[in-house]
Design a binder for this molecule. Structure first.
Ligand SMILES: Nc1ncnc2c1ncn2[C@@H]1O[C@H](COP(=O)(O)OP(=O)(O)O)[C@@H](O)[C@H]1O
Ligand SMILES: CC(C)(COP(=O)(O)O)[C@@H](O)C(=O)NCCC(=O)O
Ligand SMILES: [K+]
Length: 256
């Protein structure tokens, strides 16, 4: 069994693969104050609940955009799975040519998404990942990582709005159905959700123009993808498991 960790700034998504099959996945908070034993016990409990055993873990692979948690998670893998984790970074074969000024600067999650999406859908591609930040990545027809855009995430944008205005409450992220709204909550929901759809469609539209290929596919992933997809004119499909699948694919390319 392969244990794959996708460590984001808000959540860790953990997947257990048997070959190509995703047996189970779990999502828990990224908590820099948790110890390796606390993560070990958490994972052990999740495994037991599903009738799995940590003894069956053959390898561990980690993609992280949160450097300070890596020592802890690598230690968890060593102590509870008896494995040295494969960490996405220098020395790992991704099979993707990274055209960033400094390839080391690209978030590991963006590269992993790109590898999975190119393998599953082919290029050219735009990938939109709705996480703490919303990232847009462009992949060429021949599978090069060309670069992209980073925007503030939907949740943190809405938090900022309520934190900085005394009379604005925290609102649920849903579509209010109109943009001429007659109360504070709906007005904020309109600004956040429809405003965000505008952001996404504009960036994707420009990316397609820069790519210059009308066959460009647009794939969305991340927690809040479905909320935006339902209004967007530019997103072709949602693939919730993109990052975990990318980890599985990269693992296959680097098997020891
Ligand atoms: N299924 C979901 N429904 C609603 N909100 C979600 C869902 N999953 C994640 N979120 C929210 O979306 C934001 C981004 O989450 P996530 O995709 O896990 O980000 P990251 O990869 O940066 O950790 C978080 O604020 C999280 O609370
Ligand atoms: C842009 C990100 C913060 C997104 O992270 P997430 O929202 O998944 O937590 C992450 O990919 C990152 O830290 N990237 C490094 C900068 C870059 O990709 O250029
Ligand atoms: K992510």
């Amino acid at each position: 069994m392969l244990l794959a960790f996708d460590v984001g700034n808000t959540n860790i998504v953990l997947g257990a693969y048997k070959g190509k099959e995703l047996l189970h996945f779990w999502r828990f908070a990224t908590d820099k104050s948790k110890s390796s034993d606390e993560y070990g016990m958490l994972i052990n409990q999740l495994f037991q609940y599903e009738g799995l055993s940590l003894k069956d873990v053959k390898d561990v692979i980690i993609s992280s955009v949160v450097p300070p948690i890596m020592y802890t998670l690598e230690h968890t893998a060593l102590k509870y799975c008896n494995k040295k984790a494969i960490v996405i970074g220098p020395g790992i074969k991704t099979g993707m040519n990274i055209k960033y000024d400094n390839p080391k600067q690209v978030g590991a999650d963006r590269i992993v998404n790109a590898v999975a999406a190119y393998e599953k859908y082919g290029g050219p591609l735009v990938i939109v990942d709705f996480g703490t930040a919303t990232t847009f990545c462009a992949i060429s027809k021949k599978g090069e990582y060309l670069g992209g855009t980073i925007a503030p995430g939907i949740k943190i944008s809405s938090e900022a709005l309520f934190q900085h205005a005394a009379k604005l409450p925290r609102v649920e992220l849903v579509k209010p159905g109109k943009v001429i709204c007659k109360n504070t909550v709906s007005s904020m929901q309109s600004g956040i959700v429809y405003g965000y759809v505008g952001l996404v469609d504009y960036i994707v539209c420009r990316m397609k123009e820069e790519l210059g290929d009308s066959h460009t596919k647009v794939i969305a992933t991340g927690g809040l993808a479905s909320l935006i997809m339902s209004e967007s004119k530019m997103i072709d499909a949602i693939d919730k498991m993109l990052t975990l699948d990318g980890l599985r694919i990269i693992y296959e390319r680097n098997k020891r």
